[in-house]
Design a protein around this ligand. Sequence first.
Ligand SMILES: Nc1ncnc2c1ncn2[C@@H]1O[C@H](COP(=O)(O)OP(=O)(O)OP(=O)(O)O)[C@@H](O)[C@H]1O
Ligand SMILES: [Mg+2]
Length: 420
Amino acid sequence: MTNNPHTSLGAAMDGGRARYFHGRDEVWDKFQSILKSAWRARGGTVFLVQGPPGAGKTAILHEFADRAAQTGLWDHRRIEIASLHDSRDLADALGDQSYSDRTSFLTETATTKGADYIANYRREMRRSEGKERSGPTPKMLLRWYVAGMKKGLLLTLDEVQNLSAHKASLDRRTAIMDVLDIIRNATAGGPVVLLAGGLGNSMSVLGDFGMSRLFSDCLHNIGVLDVAAERNVIRDWIVKGGEIGSKVRTHILNRWIDTIAAETDGWPQHIHCFAPEAAQWLRRRGSLMPDTVPEVVMERGRAGKHAYYAQRISSLEEHHLCALATLIASRPLGAAMFTQMALHRVFRAATKKHDLDKEMMSPVQAIQVAIRKGVLAAIAPRRLSVPIPSMHNWLVDTYGNVEDLNHGRVRSGRDEYRGR
Ligand SMILES: Nc1ncnc2c1ncn2[C@@H]1O[C@H](COP(=O)(O)OP(=O)(O)OP(=O)(O)O)[C@@H](O)[C@H]1O
Ligand SMILES: [Mg+2]
């Protein structure tokens, strides 16, 4: 086996369904009871799971959709943002064969759905004359689709924060708001639940689309996995993924789990950097586990973790990163939290100091980019944090050896950070 850290990047960048899903019981309990009441009341709602990159939002969407489908009461369809404003896209996502174009739609529905239906349709079309679509609106399509369903409809929509890109287009925004509105207010004509996932700013993005708040229990901010769940995920990767089966020796297995968990901080994405590497190593050996995790596995895990950090910060300018690292270093260990004003101040000082001539991102832009990339998260009005725990150390280690922005003297962020 080559000792090439980049071979691990596939695993590090891989999103989607978790092979061994554990934890998130509290969120599932809430979601399950939302499903039950939506089914009973033939209503629906929007359920949002938000959190930083790699926290496990996409995994939750997959897992919960599978569990809901297993009840036999819910049909799951995965939609994209385009499905909310583009009827053809929504029809594709729903697998709705009846959608083709306005004309054929009218001909078909005239025979099956009756005059009121067509009158309604024509009214809607007149209202939307001149708009970008040529068929029924997504809202109409969703209602018709739901009317024909025997089961409830569970929609999943990931990366919901990207809705912000559609804020400026009135047509799109109206179409999106219409769809969200009938789901949230349970007027789709049947049980429809939208399970949405997105970065920490998702709720505020939804606010721009008429959803100022969600019903209680429908908004969840996720972070690290609890210790038991983290260990279970690592254990499954080793035992099942590594196919060690009956060859497992408990004390050695526990040592492997301890070693990996010491690097992962409960962060699902980090677990995914290390555990599949361990599994792959074991599968290839097909023999007894060594007493300790091979260093090559740990190296690859660390490389994956660092590649992930690098990807998150790639759009930020270096002086912003240095300023952020210095600010983190000035906080007590593990508490990378600050007011927006404090961050703005150090970003502004860094911008002035480092490059007066070049056109650069403004402090406000830099903060926005950092939030969009999940380097920062809003934890309360005008308060920010670095939500990925192990990223604190990494930022300080990588960018912390900088000039003190306040006093103009050089000091090591790492030393200060460690000293506290
Ligand atoms: N509860 C869990 N149990 C086991 N594995 C998980 C769990 N949650 C997430 N994972 C795994 O951790 C990795 C990161 O999770 P995921 O891709 O869902 O994060 P995300 O929050 O959607 O990140 P991003 O914002 O970058 O899309 C994935 O490989 C996923 O399979
Ligand atoms: Mg995701």
